[in-house]
Design a protein around this ligand. Structure first.
Ligand code: APR
Length: 255
């Protein structure tokens, strides 16, 4: 029985009691999030079928340097579409719950998401393993790239060398940003508890982080309404939507 009046005592999903106990007792928490945490904000997950005009495309076939070089206008347009979609989205109770958790104990928040919704909810020092949707960088720029011009329907190109501007996200086949990866691995190795929210666990190296935490002694909690490969690594699996479940796992005020 919990003596804390802010934490409900009922158990809407099997494993809730155990998850609450693990979180309450942890001195520090390593959190790994994926697209599922933003699903309740209306941002489609990666492995959801695309809708509308984009229904005929597979995101895995658009999110690569090869795809961009082959069809720059199409891929750039897809990223503009995603930017618009995310700009209209709002953080949901799961994003806010993680802000509340960080007010109570040391939390390292590592995300595979590029949508910036954790930061918009108020999370600080978020480690973005896959970059950010709203950043731009150059594709093989000349080192002096600065100003860019875009012809109608095309991505911007550097005025000096003609290099393509590209979104500042990590594409399939690319390495993760080194500092982000190093910090994420260090945090996974040193935390008391690992909380995994809304990821299919299919994309490495991010998908290896819960296993790393576990090898270093941290129990692992997975929150996902669907079974995922990370269930095998978990001590507790909560088959629940993040926005409904996370606010019930710890007090929502620093109190
Ligand atoms: N709450 C929690 N989890 C949810 C919810 C929800 N409301 N809705 C869906 N999910 C789960 C799905 O069941 C699925 O397991 O979120 C997961 C989303 O999986 P993916 O779409 O594969 O997203 P993610 O794991 O973040 O993908 C990893 O792959 O395409 C690349 O770089 C891209 O960062 C992305 C990476």
């Amino acid at each position: 029985m919990s003596g804390d009046p802010l934490v409900p005592t009922s158990e809407p999903w099997p494993g809730m009691g155990e998850a609450r106990r693990l979180i309450a007792n942890a001195r520090s928490v390593f959190v790994l999030t994926g697209a599922g945490i933003s699903a309740e904000s209306g941002v489609p997950t990666f492995r959801d079928a695309l809708t509308g005009l984009w229904a005929q495309f597979d995101p895995e076939e658009l999110a690569s340097e090869e795809a961009y070089r082959r069809q720059p206008a199409l891929v750039w347009e897809w990223y503009l579409h995603r930017r618009e979609l995310v700009a209209e989205a709002r953080p949901n109770p799961a994003h806010y719950a993680l802000v509340a958790l960080a007010a109570q104990k040391p939390v390292t928040l590592v995300t595979q998401n590029v949508d910036g919704l954790h930061q918009r909810a108020g999370s600080q020092h978020v480690i973005e393993l896959h970059g950010n949707l709203f950043a731009n960088k150059w594709l093989n720029g000349c080192g002096r790239c600065d100003e860019a011009t875009a012809l109608p329907g095309n991505p911007p190109r550097c005025n000096l060398c003609g290099a393509l501007m590209r979104p500042g996200v990590v594409w399939f086949g690319e390495d993760l940003p080194r500092v982000a990866r190093f910090r994420a691995e260090h945090a996974a190795e040193s935390a008391d508890l690992c909380l995994v929210v809304g990821t299919s666990g299919l994309v490495y190296p991010a998908a290896g982080l819960p296993g790393l935490a576990r090898e270093h002694g941290a129990p692992v909690i997975v929150v996902n309404p669907q079974p995922s490969v990370l269930d095998q690594t978990a001590d507790v699996v909560l088959q629940a939507a993040a926005g409904a479940c996370l606010p019930l796992l710890w007090p929502q005020s620093a109190g």
